[in-house]
Design a binder for this molecule. Structure first.
Ligand code: PEP
Ligand code: MN
Length: 363
């Protein structure tokens, strides 16, 4: 797939801002006027709101589309809204909406995405695709492919985090690596970070925006409301236009790279050492797996179960202690242990169930 840019290639970061929902004509216009001076590229407002539970404000519906037209007329800003059905597409096209976005609860459903793609066929509408609510990379790419197959070329993506059960710092947990994978696979796709839906609360917006800058996202989507605490949806995560301006100007912009010879020499030196260590790590893990397989043969001989709770507990505890002393996070060490343990179990399983032949082990 080869994409065309939706936004001006020479202006980074791309800034998309506006209220979660269009509530009243006055609220929409006052937000847009407040944002106009903050150099935003696109004004957002949800007209149809996909709410997790019934009973919440489900959006103002089509009457709000003419408010967005007024935003265009009075501020010159381009406007975008969320579409989830062919009916939404038809209405929004009629009202001259400049860009559409597909929400996380829609990206998850190929039937809905296909319906939108079919309704858009033959137009050159720009569409931004949010990640699905669950961390399924293929589903995200699949939605982009459906639009592409319908002839849409101006496509961008938004990372808005993923639903989770239980306590978390975030409302929707970011999986940065998934966005990085998307950047790597599609270098010409514009990828924006929706910090508002990731955070769910305004207190951590700025640090998350800075993180998005560090990871070279092309831009940010931020929910902005003239009176955030009174917002009809997502009140805890919205900020005022003034706070938006302050946050954006407080962020530190990073250069993608540098040609400075000192920088290049230093970084090359460190990278060489890292490559050497990575090689050693893989070698050591392979050695470890060799021992795990030896144990597999012994267990097979004596008909012993693969998983040994006590041994696993002791090993995990020792690793966590070592990790702490070496300034590694618990989260990292748990992920690492889980991966290594899973691989060990898989390899022993192959041995015990006779899939792996002893001859492979030079025995
Ligand atoms: C929104 O942008 O207001 C929205 C509903 O977002 P998401 O689809 O990311 O939940
Ligand atoms: Mn919202």
């Amino acid at each position: 797939m080869q994409f065309q840019p939706i936004f001006n290639k020479n202006k980074r970061p791309i800034l998309i801002a506006g209220p979660c929902s269009a509530e009243t004509e006055e609220q929409v216009l006052s937000t847009a006027k407040g944002l106009k001076d903050h150099n935003i590229d696109l004004f957002r407002a949800g007209i149809w709101k996909p709410r997790t539970r019934p009973g919440a404000f489900e959006g103002i519906g089509s009457p709000g589309l003419s408010w967005l037209q007024r935003v265009k007329e009075e501020t010159g800003l381009k406007v975008c809204t969320e579409v989830a059905t062919d009916e939404h597409v038809e209405q929004a096209l009629k009202h001259g909406i400049d860009v559409f976005w597909i929400g996380a609860r829609t990206t998850v459903n190929p039937f809905s995405v296909q319906e939108i793609a079919d309704a858009l066929a033959g137009t050159d509408m720009p569409v931004i695709v949010k990640n699905p609510v669950n961390p399924d990379y293929k589903l995200w790419v699949g939605a982009i492919e459906r639009l592409y197959s319908a002839g849409i070329r101006k496509i961008a993506a938004i990372h808005r985090g993923f639903s989770t059960y239980g306590d978390s710092k975030y409302r929707n947990v970011p999986r940065w690596q998934m966005a990085i994978d998307l950047m790597q696979e599609f270098p010409d796709l514009e990828i924006i970070c929706d910090i508002s839906h990731i955070c769910g609360r305004r207190e951590i917006l700025a640090e998350t925006a800075q993180k998005a800058y560090e990871l070279n996202f092309d831009g940010l989507m931020v929910e902005v409301h003239p009176n955030p605490t009174e917002a009809w949806s997502d009140a805890a995560q919205q900020i005022t236009p003034k706070e938006f301006g302050e946050m954006i100007s407080s962020l530190i912009r990073r250069r993608i790279s540098s040609n400075d010879p000192d920088y290049l020499k230093t970084i090359e030196n460190f990278r060489q050492r890292i490559d050497d260590i990575d090689e050693e790590i893989i070698y050591l893990i392979a050695q470890r797996m060799q021992l795990v397989r030896e144990i597999g043969y012994v267990k097979k001989d004596k008909n012993i179960a693969i998983f040994q709770l006590e041994r696993w507990r002791a090993l995990a505890e020792a690793c966590r202690n070592r990790a702490e002393k070496n300034e590694l996070s618990q989260q990292f060490v748990d992920l690492f242990l889980e991966a290594i343990h899973q691989e060990g179990i898989d390899q022993q399983e192959q041995i015990i169930n006779g899939i792996r032949l002893a001859s492979l082990e030079n025995r």
